[in-house]
Design a protein around this ligand. Structure first.
Ligand code: FES
Ligand code: FES
Length: 156
């Protein structure tokens, strides 16, 4: 199968049941995306698929050969990453790659006018950011610092 990740096309000989997360971590050595629950519940495995945030543990790699995958390794220096660094948006860091990928996808959803998640007029209010990021769990509870990090990345 072919997989295009962070702008590079790879040819892999994998079991067709291989998830996108396992293809990235076990076969391409891209270990930024984490396997937290492996059941679509924690968001640690979040990557961008053609710019849309997805849980890579729930997707079969072979089904996405024509898509462009972006992982945390492909977001080096992104404003969201800088925001997390400047606002201390993490503690142990385990959830952080997924949080950052998710925030990048979320800000794109806001730009494209996706409807409010928390019924707030301001798409970047604290409540909106928290609701829109609610698919990404953080066992360290670093949420309060992630909110300003994301708002900073949005230029607010
Ligand atoms: S590892 Fe994919 S959602 Fe938890
Ligand atoms: S920073 Fe530790 S799980 Fe989120």
């Amino acid at each position: 199968m072919r997989l295009t990740v962070n702008g590079t096309e790879h040819v892999l000989d994998l079991d067709p049941r291989t998830t996108l997360l396992d293809a990235l971590r076990e076969h391409l050595g891209l270990t930024g995306a984490k396997k937290g629950c492996d059941h679509g519940q924690c968001g640690a495995c979040t990557v961008l698929l053609d710019g849309r945030r997805v849980n890579s543990c729930l997707l079969l790699a072979i089904a996405h050969q024509d898509s462009h995958v972006t992982t945390i390794e492909g977001l080096d220096g992104h404003p969201v990453q800088r925001g997390f660094l400047e606002h201390d948006g993490f503690q142990c860091g385990y959830c952080t790659p997924g949080q950052i990928c998710s925030a990048v996808g979320m800000l794109d959803e806001v730009d494209r006018g996706w409807p409010s998640a928390a019924a707030d007029d301001d798409p970047l209010s604290d409540a909106e950011i928290r609701e829109r990021m609610s698919g990404n769990l953080c066992r360290c509870g670093a949420y309060p610092h992630m909110v300003p990090a994301i708002r900073q990345a949005a230029g607010r």
